[in-house]
Structure formats: structure tokens, C-alpha cells
Design a protein around this ligand. Structure first.
Ligand SMILES: [Zn+2]
Length: 132
């Protein structure tokens, strides 16, 4: 019988750290939520920054609803509130941020995932109640 491969991002160290984090932060950190936190979320994803996987400052406690909403929408590139006060896109990969029409067309067809740093910024803004 083959051994089940170990899920490295969510190993023993992670479970111990996330348990400790939820003891210190028992409530969802999204402003105005106040529900019991069930998940510890990586602000910058493990894929984008594996060295921050066990970094306390890269964690936030979330209820089930907010965790699902954030991980699906923000990590998979369906970002909202991604423009500045002038309505211009913050994402340098956005078609509107390109210098020419042909580059804009290329940007549309690339379908790049969201920039992880931008996603983290938006995630923090969402949690603090600055963005919806
Ligand atoms: Zn919540």
C-alpha cells in the first residue's frame, strides 16, 4: 500500500500555529463581522510567498463565510474595488493599464491570475472595511 503524500503547506507546524492564532484572535477580523473565526487565512498566499507560510504577520482569522468569499474572489483573480480614486486600474496587468491598444488586446487574452501583492492589499482593505 502506498503512503499518502504529505500536504506540505498544511502540515503539523501549520496546524499548531493556526490553532494558536485562533486562540489569540477568536473573532473574524473583517470589520463589523464579529462571528467566531473558523479559518486562519494567509494574506499573501502560500503559492505567492511560501516563505511567509508560518509568518504570524501574514495571517488573519476569518469566519467561514468571509474565508470562502475572500479565497474564491481574491485569490482567483476576480477582484473588486481594484481602481484608484480616478477610476484607473491598480493592477498593472489590467488592459486599461497598457500603453497601446495592441498591448491592451494582448492583456485581455493573457488571462493572468491576479497579482498576489495586489490581491493581498485588496484583501487587507476588505478586512479593514475600506473596500467591498
Ligand atoms: Zn466574518
Amino acid at each position: 500500500m502506498r503512503k499518502k503524500p504529505r500536504n506540505i503547506p498544511y502540515d503539523h507546524d501549520w496546524h499548531r500555529l493556526s490553532k494558536r492564532f485562533l486562540m489569540v484572535h477568536p473573532l473574524c477580523m473583517v470589520r463589523g463581522c464579529g462571528k467566531q473565526a473558523k479559518h486562519v487565512d494567509h494574506i499573501v498566499t502560500v503559492r505567492a510567498a511560501p516563505h511567509l507560510r508560518l509568518d504570524w504577520s501574514n495571517l488573519q482569522a476569518l469566519c467561514h463565510q468571509h474565508h470562502s468569499r475572500l479565497t474564491h474572489a481574491y485569490d482567483q483573480g476576480r477582484l473588486s474595488g481594484t481602481c484608484d480614486v480616478d477610476g484607473l486600474p491598480l493592477d498593472p496587468n489590467h488592459p486599461w493599464a497598457q500603453a497601446s491598444q495592441s498591448e491592451a488586446i494582448a492583456a485581455v487574452n493573457r488571462r493572468l491570475p491576479a497579482d498576489p501583492r495586489l490581491a493581498a492589499l485588496l484583501k487587507c482593505g476588505y478586512v479593514r472595511g475600506e473596500r467591498r
